[in-house]
Structures are given as structure tokens and as C-alpha cells.
Design a protein around this ligand. Structure first.
Ligand SMILES: C[S@@+](CC[C@H](N)C(=O)[O-])C[C@H]1O[C@@H](n2cnc3c(N)ncnc32)[C@H](O)[C@@H]1O
Length: 274
């Protein structure tokens, strides 16, 4: 049963953050675009079966290329952040292969909530780094149930998140994460993390403080806060079951290692229960 009230969660991760959403999105990308280790995995995974692919919580479209190169017949990305969708559109315009796919009607992006995926049936529904944003079992079930209803007969839902070995074991005090260059301006990111074990998994309060030097030498300070939830394996399995989904495969890394307590990732491939 999906209880009422799950709409309380905003689909826009930058909503209510005091900083400029476009700058926050650019800084978010600076970090996410540096992730490449899953690119080959997604290219190979999609190669297993050609078909329409829905990228839930696509961000700025980091994975569009491997999905298309893997042979997805079309890719539709949705994300709750208007700033990240604008960046996805810029990425498509700047990349010849993506621009050609978009012109041929094989690639499109739209603002949307992962709990209300677009109509139609999909061979692949990808949710990479999205589940922890669901804020708990109620919203997660909403997302999983909606995805299950949109899977085609041979469709697969892929959930890909941090695994048990990548979870913070203790609170992390405010510390320097990185210092990088963003279009010629220096950006410094600090963060602090507090964690709480709950019966349904790990809840993490992640506070970032980003300082970006403006062209005139003054500093824009962008505080942001993200509440994340990492369901335990047993809670995830029962949510999938309640959503009418069965687990086909589980991996603990993008190198297809088995999932165990040390795994950095938890990749779950699920299908509709027959
Ligand atoms: C960690 S990022 C992952 C982005 C992308 N999948 C990737 O792997 O590069 C999580 C994404 O989920 C989006 N998101 C979180 N909750 C959402 C919701 N309820 N509806 C739509 N998008 C959501 C965020 O805006 C963000 O772009």
C-alpha cells in the first residue's frame, strides 16, 4: 500500500537551497561529471537488449552517451531540477553524437518527478544515484511502483547506489573536499555529514559549503543540504516485492563482483514478477 502524503518530498534537490540554482547545478556537475567508472558497465548492460530507455533522475545527462552507444533505440531523461535539465540541454547541444540523436528523435529530456514517469513502456528504466533521494520507504515505494507499471514485458529496472562498503561508518566533521576550477573561477567545497541508523536503513544529513570566487574577487558562498536515505538490503527487497518486482541480478561493483558487506556499490536489476 502506498500511503498518502508522499508528495511532501520535492523533486527538485536545489529547491529551498539559498544559493543560485544554476551555479549549484554547475558545481554539482563538476563533481558528478568526474565519475567515469560506470560508463563501460552501462554501455555493456544496454547492449544485452536493444530498446527504449528511461533515465530516471538523469541529472545533466552524464550517462546519455553510454546508453546510446550501448544501442538504446531511444533515451528519455527526466529530472526534478530545472537547472540540471538546462545543463542536459547544453550537453546535448555541445556533443555531436547527442545532438544528432536528439535531432533524430532518439534523445530527449524533460523536467519531471521520478515518482511519475512518462507514459509508455520501456525496455530499460535506469535510476542511478536516485533512490537515496527518496527520503524513505513511502516515496521509494511510490517510485518503484510507478517504474514497475512502465516496464515492458522484458523490461528491467536498474537501481545503482552506494553499497554497504561505501557507507560512512561515522559522522564526518566539516572538512575540505576539493578545490577545482569552474570556467576560470576557483571553487572550494567543504562538507559535513551526520548519519543515523534507523530500522529501515541509514539516514544521512549531508551539508555542503561551497565558495566560488567571482570575477571581481569577491566570494559567493553557497550552502546546501541534502537528506539522503540508504535502505537496508532487506528493506529494499521487501519494497521491490511490494512494488511487484523480482530481483534478477545483484552486483557489488560495476565490475560485476558479488554484493557483500565490503561492496562499494549496490546495483540491483529487477523485472516484473510473473
Ligand atoms: C546523484 S544524482 C545522479 C544523476 C545521474 N543519474 C548520474 O548518475 O549522473 C541524483 C539525481 O536525481 C535527481 N532527483 C532526485 N529526486 C528526484 C525526484 N523526486 N524526481 C526527479 N529527479 C530527482 C536529482 O535532481 C539528481 O539529478
Amino acid at each position: 500500500m502506498i500511503a498518502a502524503g508522499s508528495d511532501a518530498l520535492s523533486a527538485d534537490i536545489f529547491a529551498g537551497q539559498p544559493g543560485d540554482a544554476d551555479l549549484l547545478a554547475a558545481i554539482y556537475d563538476l563533481e558528478h561529471d568526474a565519475v567515469h567508472e560506470d560508463i563501460g558497465f552501462y554501455r555493456r548492460l544496454v547492449r544485452r537488449a536493444r530498446g527504449r530507455l528511461l533515465d530516471l533522475g538523469c541529472g545533466s545527462g552524464r550517462l546519455f552517451r553510454p546508453f546510446l552507444e550501448g544501442g538504446a533505440t531511444s533515451v528519455r531523461g527526466i529530472d526534478g531540477s530545472a537547472a540540471l535539465i538546462r545543463r542536459a540541454e547544453l550537453r546535448i547541444a555541445a556533443d555531436q553524437a547527442l545532438a544528432e540523436a536528439a535531432a533524430a528523435g532518439r534523445l530527449s529530456v524533460a523536467l519531471g518527478d521520478v515518482r511519475r514517469p512518462p507514459k509508455g513502456k520501456w525496455r530499460w528504466i535506469m535510476a542511478v544515484g536516485v533512490l537515496p533521494h527518496m527520503d524513505g520507504p513511502e516515496a521509494a515505494l511510490h517510485m518503484l511502483g510507478a517504474a514497475a507499471a512502465r516496464l515492458g514485458p522484458d523490461g528491467r529496472l536498474v537501481l545503482d547506489d552506494i553499497g554497504p562498503g561505501g557507507m560512512p561508518g561515522r559522522d564526518l566533521p566539516l572538512s575540505l573536499d576539493w578545490e577545482r576550477d569552474l570556467d576560470g573561477r576557483s571553487v572550494v567545497r567543504r562538507s559535513q555529514m551526520t548519519r543515523r541508523e534507523t530500522p529501515d536503513g541509514l539516514r544521512v544529513d549531508y551539508v555542503t559549503m561551497t565558495d566560488a570566487v567571482r570575477p571581481d574577487g569577491t566570494i559567493a558562498r553557497l550552502p546546501a543540504r541534502f537528506r539522503l536515505w540508504y535502505p537496508s538490503q532487506s528493506v529494499l527487497e521487501s519494497l521491490l516485492d511490494e512494488a511487484g518486482l523480482a530481483i534478477e541480478l545483484t552486483y557489488g561493483s560495476h565490475d560485476l563482483e558479488p554484493l557483500d558487506a565490503e561492496s562499494d556499490r549496490r546495483v540491483v536489476i529487477a523485472m516484473r514478477r510473473r
